[in-house]
Design a binder for this molecule. Structure first.
Ligand SMILES: Nc1nc2c(c(=O)[nH]1)N[C@H]1C(S)=C(S)[C@@H](COP(=O)(O)O)O[C@H]1N2
Ligand SMILES: [Mo]
Length: 378
């Protein structure tokens, strides 16, 4: 692969709390989900988070073809009509970017500066990948399946198409879809039109958008987004652990009304019902707790059923906000495998898999006609 020099590259660590122009550029291209959108079981398309490494490719659906080749006995070329004429499956799937929470780390790994809202749940419609792989008939010794996007760019000095792989076993799981619709409508350009991969339970990077080809290989894939990026590691020398399935996380809809600049919340003295959603890609969510004292004491939330095994669960929890004061609300999720959320976030080099608890500052007092604190007027 060709090497190209870039200015402040991903992988740089930033000591200052100030956001750099490069991060701002990424942040305005790739938006998160406003937390109040946790109220919707299925995230409206425009509110679902977005992550696009390079440019959104323009694709002509009439000439579009998906190529399936490499180590297979019967290479396939599939038009959109071929794919749409196969049995369709619709599945509600929660997607979260592996870098969610990155902007809170210090020093801050230079990349998309997410706070906690890089998530969304959509109803994806498509066809199962497994029967198509079976039809192509992988040769003996097939080990991984590489998914290549149509989008090209440079990252870490490497000229590349966006590509990720799965083991043949993971790619053949029944929930893995080639999706052409989101919430009942064709994919919009930013979510992968005309076709993307959906790998329920996995962090976002696995769900390759703008699919151009699928290639069966007899070795471990060495592409940049697979072998270099998306590892949980402490330093460049550390081989690290590949990022795969989502760790548990709960998010709440921040109560009351926000201050414009700080987003500190103002709530009238009252009993509040806090609501939110929780998910894990590793095992079903079994517990969500709420703390109104920054994480010292916890109350169990009520959990509702998930709309699919791969979608978040709604939770609610009463909060006695009858006394005026300054409060830090925290939410914490635990899954059936015993994974839970840390109170303090551990640091890692790429800023991935950060599932430290959400913290929301709430001022309980009189909201109407309130004199705003000076620090919010900047
Ligand atoms: N082809 C391609 N697929 C991609 C990406 C990309 O940049 N190019 N970004 C990945 C990452 S890191 C994430 S988090 C998800 C985001 O999906 P969404 O934008 O539909 O929410 O897409 C993944 N698929
Ligand atoms: Mo991501």
């Amino acid at each position: 692969m060709e090497k190209v020099n870039t200015p402040r590259a991903a992988g740089t660590l930033i000591d200052s709390p100030d956001i750099t122009p490069e991060e701002l550029q990424l942040a305005v291209r790739n938006h998160s989900m406003p937390l109040e959108a946790l109220r919707y079981p299925i995230t409206p398309v425009g509110l679902h988070y977005l992550l696009i490494h390079f440019d959104i490719p323009a694709v002509d659906p009439n000439s579009y073809e998906l190529a399936l080749g490499g180590g297979v006995r019967r290479p396939l070329r599939l038009s959109l009509d071929d794919i749409r004429s196969r049995p369709a499956t619709t599945l509600a799937v929660t997607l979260e970017c592996a870098g969610n929470g990155r902007a809170r780390l210090a020093p801050r790994p230079m990349s998309q500066p997410w706070l906690t809202e890089a998530v969304g749940t959509a109803e994806w419609t498509g066809t199962q990948l497994a029967p198509i792989l079976e039809e192509a008939s992988p040769e003996d010794g097939a080990m991984e399946v590489v998914f290549t996007g149509l989008d090209r760019g440079v990252q870490g000095g490497v000229d590349q198409l966006y590509e990720r792989s799965l083991t043949l076993a993971d790619a053949s799981r029944p929930e893995v879809l080639l999706a052409y619709a989101i919430n009942g409508r064709p994919l919009p350009p930013q979510h992968g039109f005309p076709l993307r991969l959906i790998v329920p339970g996995w962090y976002g990077m696995a769900h390759v958008k703008w699919l151009r080809s699928i290639t069966v290989i007899d070795r471990a894939f060495e592409g940049y987004q697979q072998a270099t990026a998306y590892h949980h590691r402490q330093s460049g020398d550390d081989a690290g652990v590949p990022v795969e399935r989502m760790l548990p996380r709960a998010l709440m809809v921040p109560p009351g009304v926000p201050d414009f600049m700080t987003r500190t919340r103002f709530v009238e003295p009252s009993t509040q019902v806090i609501e939110g959603r929780a998910w894990s890609g590793r095992a079903p969510i079994t517990r969500v707790e709420l703390s109104a004292d920054g994480g010292s004491t916890w109350t169990d939330a009520l959990l509702e059923e998930a709309s699919s095994p791969f979608a978040w669960r709604r939770w609610t929890c009463e909060w006695d906000a009858s006394h005026a004061g300054d409060v830090e609300l925290c939410a914490r999720a635990t899954d059936a495998a015993g994974n839970t959320q840390p109170l303090e976030q551990d640091w890692n080099l790429e800023g991935v898999q950060n599932n430290g608890v959400q913290r929301v500052r709430v001022v309980v007092g009189t909201v109407a006609g309130r004199q705003l604190p000076a620090d919010s007027l900047a």
